[in-house]
Write a protein that binds this ligand. Structure first.
Ligand SMILES: [Zn+2]
Length: 308
């Protein structure tokens, strides 16, 4: 289904759908760790994203404050707790909110992850994966420059029948079949625009259609595409005064600019172009895959997903 055309105008189908009051067909899997950067404007951001066709949000590290939000638990700061204590704290979280998924968890050899000893990361990550399996919930996995290590760990800890999301996937084409074999879904965000287009295209074409997801990774992952119109987060201090800072659409390309979940439309357009697939079709693919993945027992969308 087409949501927006390339100029950011509402398509005819979308207008008709909205006139009918029917927006149940569209969901994009969005996994933003919101944190303090956007928490105060969360309601505005959700409303704006809904206007562009997003109807469900899988959000890491939050409670179920908004009916359209599927929470996913595992605040990264808990990595500093002793492992046994960490697991008992998280079990309490999951029993209090049985509809929550797990994540994001993972491995990071990038500038942020370097602050935590990699062996400690691996030890905690293995325990987190075991808990996700025990809970039978999907798990969102963050991986920066550690795809070889990740594959090795999945081989020993897998399979993951409830699903495993490689969020903001930037691994190689060659690694796709190995991850897919372990039940991984591949979720693409604005970070994909940092990969060379030919490399991204080769990798995307390796991903099985039933494992493709789209996400915003907001407030990170602002798409870096020349000349595209993006939605901005209200009050974002990185946007110059002369540009509108309200929840509108403007041309922004600063690396420090916060990403808005509505910019998942740009990700949709970019991935569709590389896959040579109509945007409507890709929106449907991502929707169906996300609904399937997040319709585990206890999830607030399991009844909706059964109607698909
Ligand atoms: Zn991440």
């Amino acid at each position: 289904m087409r949501l927006w055309n390339r100029r950011g105008e509402r398509s005819r189908n979308e207008r008709r759908r909205q006139q009918r009051g029917d927006n149940s067909e569209v969901v994009r899997c969005s996994l933003p760790p919101p944190g303090p950067r956007i928490f105060s404007v969360a309601t505005q951001i959700i409303r704006k994203a809904q206007e562009t066709g997003v109807v469900k949000f899988a959000v890491n590290g939050v409670s179920e404050q908004h009916p359209c939000v599927i929470p996913c638990f595992w605040p990264p700061s808990l990595v500093f707790l002793e492992v046994t204590k960490l697991l008992s704290v998280m079990k309490e979280f999951f029993s209090a909110v049985p509809g929550a998924a797990v994540g994001e968890i993972g491995l990071d050899k990038g500038s942020h992850g370097k602050k935590i000893d990699f062996m400690d990361q691996v030890q905690v990550f293995r325990q987190q994966l075991k808990l996700a399996k025990e809970l039978e919930r999907p798990v969102s996995v963050h991986c920066v420059r550690a795809f070889g290590d990740l594959l090795e760990i999945l081989q020993s800890e897998g399979p993951f029948p409830a699903g495993l999301i490689l969020h903001s996937y930037l691994g190689s084409a060659e690694m796709v079949p190995g991850f897919a074999k372990h039940g991984a879904y591949f979720s693409f965000s604005g970070y994909l625009t940092s990969m060379k287009p030919q490399k991204a295209k080769k990798m995307l074409k390796m991903v099985p259609t039933d494992r493709i997801l789209l996400e915003s990774d907001a407030p990170d992952g602002l798409p870096q595409l020349k000349g595209c119109s993006l939605s901005c987060v209200p009050g974002d201090a990185s946007i110059p005064q002369e540009q509108p800072v309200h929840s509108g659409t403007t041309n922004i390309d600063s690396k420090g600019t916060l990403n808005h979940p509505a910019n998942i439309s740009t990700v949709l357009g970019y991935v569709a172009t590389l896959l040579e697939m109509p945007e409507d079709e890709l929106a449907q693919v991502s929707y169906r895959n996300a609904m399937h993945l997040f319709s585990y027992p206890g999830s607030k969308i399991s009844e909706e997903a059964a109607l698909l």
